[in-house]
Design a protein around this ligand. Structure first.
Ligand code: SAM
Ligand code: SF4
Ligand code: F3S
Length: 454
């Protein structure tokens, strides 16, 4: 069971006289960490700003899952050099997954020596002390913990949304898929206690939150490291009883660990939304094995069949990858065929990208032009299915949690169905935060257009 680490409230407070700018990259877990980083900065008296030139602290919360994510940060750091020269008191920090790789931390230190603060994913709770140290000693601080030491529970949070909240239920990953860097930068699986999760969610409900998304790299293995025999299905059953909470979502599920008990629980619970994100990655058994995913194509399809039987209107989405080392045209056809069989509502599609230090980096690579041609074909197929699935929703009346007006069209409201589809429709802004019934009129590629049912 993970040890608890105490967050210490900062002694020094700038009382609103200074500003911070925080930019976060990567997955929802990083977004949630960013909410803690903001919470701590505001606990120190800093105010948020979107303007680089106004900021006294600029913090980049980074991702390294693909090279593009890293390149963005290196590019941004290059552009910040000028600002730092013009404003030497500016504190520039880089944190998150990138510095958690030793060579990358070194590269940042070497190529961007003007960066004042570098820390990783395991010691974010120490942010106030590290900032104070930079200010006091007028020298750079580099503190990356090589491995995780526990879970900090009492970090203040500044959430981005007022209706929907991210709740991390576990940290780390034990799966070591052969292409993936996450287990190296996020450490081993650690579950928060059910009491801490329940407390956080009950507080959110009191604050007016209607929906929570439980986060973890593999939420299905929640609880395996706890002393008591309490698993993800038990947590869902307990959360389903919380009064005032309307919707529960979770991600990411690992297809290998989505067992029959979990299917029974999600099918029977009131608040658990009928949307399951089940990354398949590939449709070929040979590739799935080389990826170390722990399931076969047949087992994956059997799981989808069971879910659809238990929850007939379930929406299934996935992450899919093309161009994993050794992927032949036949393997790729297996992925296309899997997509045709499952008929995902949507999918995040990725081109395999070498991550040094992972086993797949040393395997025989697929040429770039083959990868780009395959991703085009995959996206084309998935788009066609997404559109057809959305068109099949036409005429249905669906429950929508209203999130507010749409960005480009202020007289239209936007919200999501329980199946996580975006719906736009006409209605008064006062409906924001409520659950309404909307009749779907038109299914488009990325959204549904509807009419409010009075
Ligand atoms: N834990 C989740 C899972 O098992 O599916 C997702 C973790 S990862 C942050 C999100 C997605 O990034 C993965 O599902 C995978 O498709 C993709 N990904 C991870 N490593 C990658 C790599 N080296 N190249 C391309 N895509 C990658
Ligand atoms: Fe990466 Fe696999 Fe862990 Fe997901 S389950 S974070 S893809 S190693
Ligand atoms: Fe990226 Fe780290 Fe998430 S590598 S995808 S931000 S866990």
């Amino acid at each position: 069971m993970a040890e608890k680490i105490q967050y210490k409230s900062p002694v020094h407070n700038v009382n609103g006289t200074k500003k911070y700018m925080l930019t976060s990259f990567g997955c929802q877990m990083n977004e949630r960490d960013a909410e803690s980083l903001s919470g701590m900065l505001e606990d120190m008296g800093y105010q948020p700003t979107d303007s680089q030139s106004e900021a006294d602290i600029i913090l980049l919360n980074t991702c390294c899952v693909r090279e593009t994510a890293e390149s963005k940060v290196f590019g941004l750091l290059g552009r910040l050099r000028k600002l730092k020269t013009a404003k030497p008191d500016l504190i520039l920090g880089v944190c998150g997954c990138m510095p958690q790789q030793e060579d990358v931390a070194k590269r940042i230190r070497h190529s961007f020596p003007f960066v004042d603060l570098i820390f990783g994913t395991h010691n974010i709770h120490e942010l106030p002390r590290m900032i104070h140290q930079v200010q006091e000693n007028q020298e750079a601080v580099l503190e990356v913990w090589a491995s995780e030491k526990g879970i900090a529970e009492n970090i203040p949070v500044r959430r981005k949304d007022k209706l929907k909240a991210w709740v991390t239920i576990m940290y780390g990953c034990n799966n070591f898929c052969t292409y993936c860097i996450v287990p190296y930068v996020r450490g081993r699986e650690r579950s928060r206690t059910p009491e801490d999760i329940m407390r956080e969610i009950k507080e959110l409900v009191q604050e007016g939150y209607k929906e929570v998304t439980l986060l973890g790299q593999n939420v299905n293995s929640y609880g395996k490291d706890l002393e008591q025999n309490y698993r993800f299905a038990d947590l869902l059953l307990d959360l389903d009883k919380i009064e005032g909470l309307e919707r529960i979502r979770f991600m990411t599920s690992h297809p290998r660990d989505f067992d029959d008990r979990l299917i029974e629980v999600v099918a029977g619970a009131q608040k658990i939304c009928e949307h399951y994100h089940l990354p398949a990655q590939a449709g070929s058994n040979r590739i799935l094995k080389a990826m170390n995913r722990g399931y076969t194509r047949e087992q994956y399809l059997e799981l989808i069949k069971k879910i659809k039987k238990a929850v007939p209107h379930a929406s299934i989405t996935a992450d899919l990858m093309v161009g994993f080392p050794g992927e032949t045209e036949e393997d790729f056809q297996d992925t296309l065929d899997l997509v045709r069989q499952v008929r995902y509502d949507s999918a995040f599609t990725f081109v395999y990208n070498i991550r040094s230090g992972t086993p797949a980096a040393k395997m025989e690579q697929v040429p770039e032009e083959v990868k780009s041609e395959r991703i085009q074909r995959l996206i084309e197929l998935q788009n066609q299915i997404s559109l057809e699935n959305n068109q099949a929703d036409e005429g249905k009346v669906m429950e929508v949690l209203v999130e507010g007006e749409t960005k480009n069209n202020p007289d239209r409201l936007a919200g999501r169905t329980r199946t996580n589809k975006l719906v736009v429709f006409k209605g008064p802004l006062e409906l924001t935060g409520s659950l309404v019934q909307v009749k779907i009129i038109k299914g488009r590629l990325n959204l549904l257009e509807g009419e409010l049912v009075q």
